[in-house]
Write a protein that binds this ligand. Structure first.
Ligand code: ADP
Ligand code: MG
Ligand code: MG
Length: 891
């Protein structure tokens, strides 16, 4: 039978899985010889058993009884003993800290008899009755499920204008009677007088609190597994409410905001437990304890120093002083801001507590990303219109615009704009790129706007449902009837979700400036610099950028990109050049088609020349055209209307040929749009399928690449075929490309995306024809799950997240079990065929921390991500290498 109960002397800090964080650290402090009240921990395993089977495991009660007996013997009192009671607290404590989410009951063991014993032994009636009323209140609320406000209201009524410390023993005795009445009335039973029954019920209540709605919600948000369960700690009570020489407090071993050393904490005299944080009375800064009780203060500072040395990290603590004597009630490695995490990591290195390897593991890519975003200087002078979801951090101010076109137009004039939409779709991409920020009234954190904005490092507030956005009237209405018209200035805060009227001044973050090449001056930037250098030296993954323009390529290079992993060519067919694509589609003879391609070729050559120049000396993977061609054609409805109107003008019935040349083209375009229409464009005529069915299209692109590569010294072209599912597809386009390259005398590697499940499954064959693979995990995720991304995210991803189908969208972090398995297969089979096969990833996952770790583990050579995410990917690649080295799994 497993052991379900551990005395504090039996545990240690590494047993968090079993004892929870609180229990493991109480044991650790006990073994360090710090003053911890004695107690024991009931394991999370017992809780899991209880939750699974609806009852406590056999033998648990007996085991608790034995440990209780040991505790009683050590203290020399029995639980609830009438003349001199031992009291205990029953405290929750899961593996991951879930602050305030679960239950704790203090002062267990009091009843009508033992309260008198406690009063007599302590010589303090008031204290005894105060403890008793606290017990009934906490027990009533957490164990019996009575609304806590009933107790608070009753207490307030009795207090009137007085502080709770002004209540005397007689007052509190009356409170106890009232509270007992509330219990009887609301729970339909008397407050249990039997101490052991109190304890057992409290233990069960803590177990049950694991599944309380707020705890469930918190776990989902924090991605804490739902089946861990919580441990329960039974701790001998110490009393901060015994009078003015008693009190309770909380402290950090250093400043969690900046990481600086010093004394940070709050203290409250004559109080117990939660009073400090509940704001019942005003706390004093911890420094004042030096005057109140210099001995305890010095001891506390000593203990904090001991804890820091021992945990080699910032700790937070809870303590209580009982009649001048200090007791430690909790410690854990404390939460901190992103800036403090970086500063502290390097400070601890300088203090000799950790080495640089450890420092790199103490910070995260998410923290780094937070530090790179611009921020508002001050918002005091601006009216807040509403608050939406904080979808992509940063701060942005600009003129509200309601269409992608308008955003591009104003941005071209040098205006800062905020793109405001109900929700965005792929057509808004140009506007999103042009805008400083994006605001939507619909959609959650996995909506198109949110995902794309995060990828671009652009500020985004989404789902601001109070806003009524009217794109046709080009305005939105905010609560209170405030109307914002196109051109009016608004400001959005992607960190908080707030939307302000008018311009709030924005400042660039010093960390972003550092990545742009400014010298490291302040402490934070120096810390980032040191950590980045070390991460770079530790990582095995190379980091490349997804970049389609020379500007993006140059920025990526400044941010440390070691090449381009994905240069999309479809953006090069937009704008003015659409007409040439239309010509290509409308061509009815080989000559007309070739003429259209010949017109496109020099333009493409120019595009590639710019990118090769920006990336001189580094590899540039160019993906041949991928999207279905009808994406370049006008909208079906617009065209149909236009053609119908033109028909009327000519006085002819629709469908009759007009003499007007422009209308003739429109009519043919309309035919083409109808002909090319697809039910499922993402599964239709796109990628390599275009190369195989439209003669000359890929050849034109390859010729342009070859010409550009010849022009730019140090150009290193890699040509990538999209959407390949079978080696035969790849062979045909590869043979053609190789012929063109050979004629031009240009060397370029030819490889393929792996983004169709069949490609992953037949990677062994495909590797015969590919010099490299690049995982296109957006499409691979879509096709593996059968999710149409643009549809599912708004339709039901929210529900799926709530239902726990997945803890995080598979478009955000690689689904290791499904998509990841296909990737592993492709890596293994591909390398078996071609040992030197180069492997990378170019989906949006390339900049996601967890996915970067996965890519390291399966042995990819590089990750490629948007320029803004490159520092994050570099850091996470370093962290992944260090984590693997440490785990000894040789991954
Ligand atoms: P949480 O996890 O919400 O912080 P805790 O279990 O730490 O809950 O307990 C709530 C409060 O009660 C804390 O302030 C804690 O210090 C105090 N407390 C818990 N156990 C005891 C005890 N044995 N003696 C005195 N105070 C206690
Ligand atoms: Mg606590
Ligand atoms: Mg794709």
């Amino acid at each position: 039978m497993p052991k379900y109960v551990y005395d504090f002397t039996e545990g240690n800090k590494d047993l968090k899985d079993l004892l929870g964080g609180k229990g493991a650290n109480l044991a650790e402090m006990t073994n360090l010889g710090l003053p911890v009240p004695p107690g024991f921990t009931i394991t999370a395993e017992a809780c899991r058993h209880y939750l699974r089977h609806g009852g406590t495991p056999d033998g648990l009660e007996g085991e608790i009884g034995e440990h209780l007996a040991v505790l009683e013997a050590r203290i020399g009192k029995r639980l609830g003993q009438a003349d001199d009671p031992l009291l205990v607290s029953v405290r929750s404590g899961a593996k991951f800290s879930m602050p305030g989410m679960m239950e704790t009951v203090l002062d267990i063991g009091l009843n009508d008899d033992s309260v008198l014993g406690l009063a007599k032994q302590s010589g303090n009636d008031r204290f005894a009755w105060d403890s008793y009323r606290r017990l009934i209140q906490m027990f009533g609320k957490t164990v019996l499920g009575i609304d806590g406000e009933l107790f608070e209201d009753a207490m307030d009524e009795l207090k009137g204008e007085r502080d709770d410390t002004d209540l005397d023993a007689a007052d509190l005795q009356r409170v106890v009677e009232t509270f007992k009445g509330i219990v009887r009335e609301r729970a339909g039973r008397d407050f249990p007088a039997d101490p052991r029954e109190q304890m057992d019920l409290a233990v069960r209540a803590v177990f049950d609190s694991w599944n309380a709605p707020r705890a469930v919600l918190y776990r989902r948000q924090e991605r804490i597994p739902a089946d861990l369960g919580t441990a329960v700690n039974v701790v001998a009570m110490v009393f901060g409410n015994m009078g003015p020489d008693s009190g309770t407090g909380v402290a950090f071993t250093r400043d969690p905001g900046s990481g600086r050393q010093g004394v940070y904490g709050d203290y409250l005299r004559n109080a117990q437990g939660e009073d400090v944080v509940a704001g019942i009375r005003n706390t004093v800064p911890l420094q004042e304890l030096e005057t109140i009780n210099p001995g305890a203060y010095r001891e506390l500072l000593d203990i904090m120093a001991t804890l820091e040395r021992h945990y080699r990290d910032l700790c937070d603590i809870e303590f209580t002083i009982e009649r001048g004597k200090l007791w430690m009630l909790q410690t854990r490695v404390g939460k901190r801001t992103a800036a403090a995490a970086f500063c502290m990591a390097t400070q601890l290195v300088d203090e000799g507590l950790i080495d640089m390897d450890e420092a790199v593991t103490r910070v995260t890519g998410d923290q780094l990303a937070q530090l790179m975003f611009p921020r508002f200087a001050a918002t005091a002078g601006n009216r807040r219109l509403t608050t939406g979801m904080n979808a992509s951090p940063g701060a942005a101010a600009g003129r509200a615009v309601f269409s992608s076109e308008r955003a591009v137009e104003l941005a071209a004039r040098g205006e800062a704009v905020i793109l405001v939409r109900r929700e965005t779709n792929p057509d808004d991409l140009a506007g999103m790129i042009a805008a400083h920020g994006v605001l939507t009234s619909r959609g959650g954190k996995t909506s198109h706007a949110a995902v794309v904005a995060r990828g671009m490092g652009k500020t985004c507030v989404c789902g601001a449902e109070e806003l009524e956005v009217d794109p046709h009237a080009r305005r939105f209405t905010a609560p209170g009837g405030v109307v914002v018209d196109e051109g009016d200035v608004i400001s959005i805060d992607g960190g908080t979700g707030a939307v302000y009227l008018g311009e709030v001044p924005v400042t660039a973050s010093p960390v972003a400036k550092y990545f742009e090449g400014e010298p490291a001056e302040d402490e934070l930037v120096r810390a980032v610099d040191r950590i980045m250098r070390h991460a770079d030296s530790a990582r095995r993954l190379a980091v490349r950028a997804n970049a389609d323009t020379p500007e993006d390529a140059a920025r990526a290079r400044r941010y440390g990109a070691e090449g381009i992993g994905l240069c999309r060519t479809e953006h090069m067919f937009l704008g003015e050049r659409r007409r040439l694509v239309e010509d290509l589609i409308l061509a009815t003879t080989p000559e007309a088609r070739q003429a259209a391609l010949d017109a496109l070729e020099p333009l493409q050559t120019g595009d590639f020349t710019g990118i090769f120049t920006a990336m001189r000396g580094l590899p540039v993977t160019i993906r041949l055209i991928d999207p279905p061609l009808h994406e370049f054609l006008p909208d079906l409805t617009d065209l149909a209307v236009k053609v119908a109107l033109a028909g009327d003008r000519a006085g002819a019935r629709p469908g009759v040929r007009t003499r007007d040349g422009a209308d003739e083209r429109d009519r043919r375009l309309l035919d083409a749009v109808k002909r090319l229409h697809e039910q499922n464009p993402m599964l239709g005529l796109r990628g390599v399928r275009l190369g195989l069915t439209i003669p000359g299209l890929f050849a034109m692109q390859v010729r342009a690449i070859a010409a550009a590569a010849r022009r730019v010294e140090g150009a290193r072209a890699e040509i990538m075929m999209p959407l390949v599912g079978a080696v035969q597809e790849l062979e045909i386009v590869r043979d053609e490309a190789e012929r063109i390259l050979a004629e031009a005398g240009v060397a370029a590697a030819i490889g393929t995306m792996i983004e169709v499940p069949r490609a992953a499954l037949t990677a062994g064959q495909i590797a015969e024809a590919a010099e490299f693979f690049s995982f296109g995990t957006n499409d691979l995720t879509q096709m593996t799950w059968g999710f149409s991304r643009d549809d599912v995210e708004s339709a039901f991803f929210g529900a799926y997240l709530d239902l726990g189908v997945f803890g995080v969208s598979p478009f955000e972090s690689i689904d290791r079990e499904g998509v990841g398995r296909l990737m592993r297969t492709a890596v293994e089979e591909g390398r078996r065929t071609r040992p030197g096969l180069k492997l990378g990833i170019c989906g949006e996952h390339g900049g996601d921390p967890d996915s970067v770790h996965f890519c390291h583990e399966i042995g990819l050579d590089y990750v490629s991500c948007s320029p803004f995410r490159i520092p994050v990917a570099r850091l996470e690649a370093g962290r992944a290498a260090l984590a693997c080295a440490r785990s000894g799994t040789g991954c």
